[in-house]
Structure formats: structure tokens, C-alpha cells
Design a protein around this ligand. Structure first.
Ligand code: ATP
Length: 274
């Protein structure tokens, strides 16, 4: 029941300050979404500019799209609904249609609300000549609800995230739908420094640990890759430790070893995107 989901998933206090780097993305999101949604709502209504519609975030996996969506909802004091494509898709033609309708109805009753479609391509896939009836009805139901002809979608924001923007049906790019597109890049050096500092927080770290080489060597790593790197370094430290009283704190040596095991997943994505 989406109503329950809305209650459970209301923002838990993750904000833009928790998101490392991505300054340009944050700036765009502030201008395109937060201002119309919250701070300047009155101005927008004076200019008869509607606050709503959708934004598509795309980029390599693990670079903070989900995190940004959550932060955005709390910055806007909006409810956050994480729409899981698997819960909507159904083997029976017509069921997905009903669920999409229900989802939007619940959302309109809970505005302001951010509807976050992770891996949106699953629901918004390109319709092709040989597409099944199921794909076609799901896509048209979603398009219809986003347009909100019968019911106004003011105060309902759609955020889509995808690693494969080219597989979305182009109808989703029209005004009022996902009409704005934002690229969420892998973290730069400053962002990696921030993410690494958070990952190491409250963990036993050797006094002399130098994070510079870790930051340099992780160029091209996503946030999720960095997290995997730290986990691996920790596993190695645990292996070397005999007990929690006599532990080996994380050291550069542990990271050096971890780099042999953990590689960037972003390069793979770039190859696919070319
Ligand atoms: P996917 O495409 O796989 O769904 P995503 O782009 O939505 O990935 P997230 O789930 O937001 O990525 O990020 C994965 C994890 O990496 C987060 O839980 C977070 O800990 C970390 N992370 C990624 N990018 C950042 C960032 N810019 N600042 C802080 N943490 C980050």
C-alpha cells in the first residue's frame, strides 16, 4: 500500500550537507526545484509559473542520485516516496496501470511530495514496434498520470534516476514530464575527500594515516566504489587483528592492498555510454 510507504519513507533528515561535492548539480537542483517548490513559491505563483514537473538524473551507478533525491525531499520539506518498479510491474496486463494510478492519487493527497523513480527505465522504457501490450499500457499510464490532465499535479515532483538514459521512451522528455535532465558525475577530488572522511569517521584509524594517496588513487571511483574500498581495507585489518583489544587500526598499507581488489565501476559505464 503506497499510503503506508509514504508514511514510512518521509524524509529522515539527510540534507545537501551530507552530499559531498556535486556543487554544480546542487546549484541546478536549487534553481530548478527547491526554489519553485519551496522558497519562492509565492513568487512563482505571482508569475503563474507552475511548481512541479520532473527532473531526470542520469550518470554512472553509485554516484549519489538516490542520496540527492532524499536530500532534496528534506530540503523541500516534502514527503519522499521511493517508487520501486518491481512493486508496480505485474505479470497481468492492467495491474501496473492500476498501481500507477493509485500511486499518483496517494501522492496528490500528500503534497508536497517527491516521487522518486529509481531505475526509471524499467517503467518508462522505449516503446518499439514489437513492444508487448504490458510495456505499452505501463508507459501510457505513467505518461497520463504525469500530465495530470484530470487532476492537477501542482506540488508533486517527479524525480527519475537512470544509468541508461538512452533507453527511456522519448515521450518522457516533453514539458511537464521529465523535462529537465541533470548529469550526476562521479565525485571529484574534493568530493572524494569528503566521502572518505565520512566513511572513516568513528573507525579505528592509524594516527599517521595519510588520506592523500587514497584520494589520488581513487580517481574515477564512485561513492559506492569508495565505500567498497573502505570495507575491503577494514576486512584486511580485521584479518590481521587478533581481538578487539588488540586490533590493527586502518593504515595506508591496508588501503594499498585493498586497491588491488577494488576497481572503479565508472569506467565500465562510460564504455557503455559511448
Ligand atoms: P545507483 O545508480 O546504483 O542507484 P546512485 O547514483 O543512486 O546509484 P547512491 O545510492 O545515492 O547512488 O550512492 C551510493 C552510496 O555511495 C551512498 O549510500 C553514499 O554512501 C555514497 N555516495 C555516493 N555519492 C556520494 C556523494 N556525492 N556524497 C556522499 N556520499 C556519496
Amino acid at each position: 500500500n503506497t499510503q503506508d510507504e509514504i508514511q514510512q519513507l518521509s524524509p529522515k533528515g539527510i540534507t545537501f550537507n551530507d552530499v559531498g561535492g556535486l556543487e554544480d548539480v546542487k546549484k541546478q537542483v536549487r534553481r530548478k526545484i527547491i526554489n519553485p517548490f519551496q522558497n519562492k513559491r509565492a513568487l512563482f505563483s505571482r508569475f503563474k509559473r507552475k511548481a512541479g514537473g520532473g527532473v531526470l538524473m542520469y550518470g554512472p551507478p553509485g554516484c549519489g542520485k538516490t542520496m540527492l533525491a532524499r536530500a532534496l525531499a528534506s530540503e523541500c520539506n516534502a514527503q519522499f516516496v521511493n517508487v520501486n518498479a518491481a512493486d508496480i510491474l505485474d505479470q497481468f496486463v492492467g495491474n501496473a496501470e492500476k498501481r500507477i494510478k493509485q500511486l499518483f492519487e496517494d501522492a496528490r493527497n500528500n503534497r508536497p511530495v517527491v516521487l522518486f523513480f529509481d531505475e526509471v527505465e524499467a517503467l518508462a522504457q522505449k516503446r518499439q514496434f514489437e513492444s508487448s501490450a504490458k510495456v505499452n499500457t505501463t508507459v501510457s499510464a505513467l505518461l497520463t498520470e504525469m500530465d495530470g490532465f484530470q487532476e492537477d499535479n501542482e506540488g508533486v515532483l517527479f524525480l527519475g534516476a537512470t544509468n541508461v538514459p538512452w533507453s527511456l521512451d522519448s515521450a518522457f522528455r516533453r514539458p511537464g514530464r521529465f523535462d529537465r535532465t541533470i548529469f550526476v558525475p562521479p565525485p571529484d577530488r574534493v568530493a572524494r575527500k569528503f566521502i572518505l572522511a565520512r566513511l572513516l569517521q568513528d573507525r579505528p584509524v592509524e594516527k599517521g594515516l595519510d588520506t592523500k594517496p587514497i584520494i589520488e588513487n581513487s580517481s574515477g571511483f564512485s561513492g559506492a566504489d569508495l565505500s567498497a574500498l573502505v570495507d575491503t581495507a577494514i576486512d584486511i585489518a580485521i584479518e590481521e587483528s587478533s581481538s578487539s583489544e588488540d586490533l590493527r587500526p586502518l593504515s595506508n598499507e591496508h588501503f594499498k592492498e585493498a586497491f588491488y581488489e577494488v576497481k572503479s565501476t565508472v569506467g565500465e559505464w562510460l564504455g557503455q555510454a559511448r
